[in-house]
Every structure is written in C-alpha cells, then in structure tokens.
Design a protein around this ligand. Structure first.
Ligand SMILES: Cc1cc2nc3c(=O)[nH]c(=O)nc-3n(C[C@H](O)[C@H](O)[C@H](O)COP(=O)(O)OP(=O)(O)OC[C@H]3O[C@@H](n4cnc5c(N)ncnc54)[C@H](O)[C@@H]3O)c2cc1C
Length: 465
C-alpha cells in the first residue's frame, strides 16, 4: 500500500507532554519514566514498537484529550489495548492503552450487548453465560472485542452467522478532530462501513454495541492423535469440512509442544495432529457428524464436551499470556491430497520444524455470504485458511521460523489466493491483501477525506506504512 498522507513533523516537546499530563486522568508514560520499557511492550513481546509516549486512559474523556493533543501537535495517536497485533507502524505515536474502558451491558429486549473498548472476549463470554445468548467470539479469550472486530473478526460461529464485524449495531468513536460521535448505519454510512473490518485507522473506538444470537446447546473441544497420523487425519478433516453444516466449525492443527514445565505432562515435548471443533447443537448430532474423524485413526485424547460461551477458550486452548510470536497466513482455493502430504512432510517432524503450530481453518458457509449489508470485511469464498505460528523464544529462532513459513508456502502456495484475512496477516506479508481492490480504494478514500493529516494511526494503515 503506498502512502499519500502528509508527513508528520518531529514529536511533541517535553513541555507539550506535560500539558497533556495535566489534562488527563489516566497515566501518561514517556521515555523519561523508569517503567516506559515495560509499558510500551505489547502482548507479542518480540515486536520492538517505539511509541513516543503511552497513555493509560482512564475514561473516554482522556481519549478525546489525546486525539485533540495529537491533532494540535502534528503527531498521531493509536489504540493498543493489549498488543496481540503490534507493529512498528506504531512507532512515534501516542499509544493509548484502553483496557480501563470497561462496561458490559446486555439488553435482552434489543438482543444486543454494549461493551467498552477495553473488554476482552473472555470477559464478554463469561458475562453471557446463563443468558441464553452468545456473541460471535473468536478462538482466544485475551484479545479485545473491539480489536478483533476492527480487523473483521473471525469467530467460531462465522460459518453460521457471518463475520463478527458485521454484527456491530453502533459505535462510539472519537474522530480525528477529537469529537466523540455515535456512529450507526443511518448516521454515517461510510464511517459505519469502514469501522466494520477496515482496521483502526478511522477513529478511536470507546464503546460498541453488538447483536447477540440465541445460544443453543453447544458442543466442542479437541480430538488429538499422535502426529504420525497427520496425513490421514487432515484428509478426513478436509473431506468433512467441505460438506459440514454451517453449525459445525473445525480447525485442524499440527502441534509441537515444547518440553517445558508449563505444558501439562501428556502433551509436554510431544507432537500431535488435532481437530478443534464447535457445534451449535446437540452432542448426539455432533458425534454423528464427527464420526469420520474418529474413524480416520485411533484417537489418543478426546476432549470433546458440552460447552458454554465462557468455555470457548478451552476449545483451541491457545496461549493467553504475553509471549513472543511470529505469524503467517494464506487463504487456500482448495486442498488436495498431494498438498496435504507435502505439508505433513514439511511440518510434522519437530526436529526440523520450529513452528508451534500450523492451523488449517475450515471456512465456507456464511464466510462467503454476499457482503452488501456488511462492512469493509471482504466475503471469503476460499474454503480454507492456513495460519502458521512460531515462538522466537530466543531471537536467533526468528530466522528458522521464517524458513518454516517459506516451507509452508512452498507446499501450499500454488493453492493460495491473492487475499488474506486482515486479522491473520503476519508482519512481512502485504496488509493490502486483506481487501479486494474496490474495498481498499473505498477505505483509502474515506481515510484521505476524514483524516488527511493522519492523526489516527492503525497498526495496519490502509494507506500503507
Ligand atoms: C493467539 C491469537 C488468537 C487469535 N484468534 C483470532 C480469532 O479467532 N479471530 C480473529 O478474527 N482474530 C484472531 N486473532 C487476531 C486478533 O483478533 C487481532 O490481532 C486483534 O487485532 C487483536 O486485538 P487486540 O485488541 O488484542 O490487539 P491490539 O494489538 O491491542 O490492537 C490491534 C489493533 O486494533 C486497533 N484497535 C484496537 N483497539 C482500538 C480502539 N479502541 N480504537 C481504534 N483502534 C483500535 C489498533 O489499530 C490496534 O493496533 C488472534 C490473535 C492471536 C495472537
């Protein structure tokens, strides 16, 4: 993506930062503070982002002051609640930590929930337990509701109900001039469209309202096999994913667990192939659907159970504590036996594969539904996404992980489409691939019109870094 924003002059003076400090209730941390190194560090701790200062906002009024300050001093402002998707594109910004923007209000009559920008998915799912309602949650409890939605939002239930971004009803946003505005489809169709999947470039969200869905009986968990069964399990997974009803979502993984005490004994130091699945319906029906997987090879661990919204985190059992991470993704137009065999050859041996996991998400269903009423998130017709994740526990591992990403590309690249889903684009992959040309052009036009000086800065700027 090429940049056409007016370049920003060098950052505010110490006196200017002091003036902001007096205007806000939250804590402003600058490089002069002893804990600046800690405060600037994102969840993905290996990303060496260098913001000019960090403001731990106390309430929406602090966001208003921060944006007005950035506009007045020719600098830019970004929100980063926790930093699951940090980028060095945030260097030089005033970084807003929005975790204190709490509040979860369920409105059973409207069938919606209003959440503050600091609310994490785990907190929202826990609040929904027992209400008979559910939101379109992703795989991990730790990212914020707002952070996931701005990138489109891939849920366990996207196959049934669409992208999470398209379930947004309204948003409260501080715009690039520092005004707090309530945005709906009727009030500002362009901004409402852009905020639903176009990233963090268009304003700082302080609150949003989401549509809820009736929560039926839910069944989910994992089946695990020793990794040598990967070819046969992945082929059975592929066959079932292509015909599964929208209520069944399945993600297969090749997993390498390191031999460290944090990993429980049956998994520690071992490699597996697994299928993590959720089913919106009864255990009996789910088990009938999953029969071909169980039949593919003897299951070593069966973690399938009846679940509630707050139990979703355990389905994929992804890490929630801050850690180093490198990501790489592609969307596949198909997945044939030869490609599965080649992938298994490349990633199943832990002596040669440094990745923590390679995941294949079965897409389909409402992923591909026509997006005319939806936001900037691109409907996805590709049937599979591959997402590879490596942990550079020591910096030297980064090179080996990059080689492993290349190996995955080598085995599957001929089946990859030109697009990716924005929330899964790794550093070093082209952010523009998150959109089709028409959507990207519309996002860029809205950005140029609403924020010509680049006061608001996304981690994945639509106009490029
Ligand atoms: C382990 C793991 C699992 C994941 N699983 C899924 C999944 O199942 N589905 C899915 O869709 N994604 C998934 N993701 C991707 C994740 O949703 C995105 O990285 C998301 O951006 C994380 O949001 P965050 O608030 O935690 O991250 P942050 O890095 O804190 O924020 C990301 C960006 O969002 C924007 N932003 C955040 N808050 C605001 C705000 N209040 N106002 C304006 N802009 C804001 C900013 O541009 C910011 O840089 C996963 C990521 C990880 C690391």
């Amino acid at each position: 993506m090429s940049s056409t924003l007016t370049p920003l002059p060098s950052g505010p003076s110490a006196a200017a930062w002091d003036s902001l400090r007096h205007l806000v209730s939250g804590r402003l941390v600058t490089p002069a503070d002893a804990d600046f190194q800690d405060v600037r560090t994102p969840w993905m701790v290996n990303v060496d982002q260098q913001p000019a200062a960090v403001l731990e906002v106390a309430h929406a009024g602090d966001v208003v002051e921060a944006v007005r300050f950035a506009a007045a001093h020719g600098t830019s402002v970004s929100a980063q609640p926790s930093g699951h998707a940090p980028r060095t594109t945030l260097d030089g910004t005033l970084l807003l930590r929005t975790r204190a923007l709490q509040g979860i209000e369920v409105d059973p009559v409207r069938g919606t929930v209003t959440v503050g920008a600091g609310v994490k998915w785990g907190e929202l799912c826990a609040a929904l337990d027992g209400t008979g309602l559910m939101a379109l949650a992703g795989s991990n409890s730790d990212p914020t509701v707002v952070g996931l939605i701005l990138g489109g939002g891939v849920s366990w239930f996207t196959r049934a109900h669409g992208f999470t971004a398209n379930s947004v009803v309204s948003l409260d946003v501080v715009d690039p001039s520092g005004e707090l505005v309530h945005v709906t489809r009727a009030s500002d169709p362009d901004l409402f469209w852009a905020l639903r999947g176009g990233g963090g470039d268009f304003g700082i969200v302080v609150r949003l309202e989401l549509a809820l869905f009736r929560a039926p009986e839910m069944y989910g968990g994992q089946l695990l096999w020793p990794v040598e069964h990967a070819p046969v399990v992945l082929k059975a997974f592929r066959d079932l994913a292509l015909v599964a009803p929208r209520e069944l979502t399945m993600w297969a993984h090749v997993l390498h667990f390191p031999p460290i005490p944090d990993i429980p004994e049956p998994l520690r130091g071992r490699s597996f192939v697994n299928v993590a699945a959720t089913y919106l319906g009864s255990r009996q029906m789910a088990e009938i659907l999953l029969w071909s997987l169980r039949d593919a090879a003897p299951v070593e661990m069966d973690l399938m159970q009846v679940i509630t919204p707050s139990g979703l985190d355990a389905v994929a059992a992804e890490p929630t504590e801050p850690m180093p991470g490198l990501e790489h993704s592609m969307l596949l137009t198909g997945l044939d036996d030869e490609a599965i065999d080649a992938l298994c050859h490349a990633v199943t041996d832990p002596r040669t594969c440094p990745l923590m996991f390679v995941q294949i998400r079965g897409l389909g269903g409402a992923f591909a539904d026509d997006g005319t009423a939806g936001g900037a998130v691109r409907p996805v017709a590709e049937p599979f996404q591959v997402f590879a994740f490596g942990v550079p526990a020591v910096p030297e591992l980064a090179e080996a992980i990059a080689h492993a990403f290349s190996a995955v590309d080598g085995t599957l690249g001929h089946l990859a489409s030109r697009h990716r889903m924005p929330n899964f684009i790794g550093e070093g992959q082209d952010d523009a691939t998150g959109y089709d040309a028409e959507r990207l052009a519309r996002l860029q036009a809205i950005k140029r019109e609403r924020d010509p000086k680049g006061v608001i800065r996304s981690n994945k700027p639509v106009l490029g870094a």
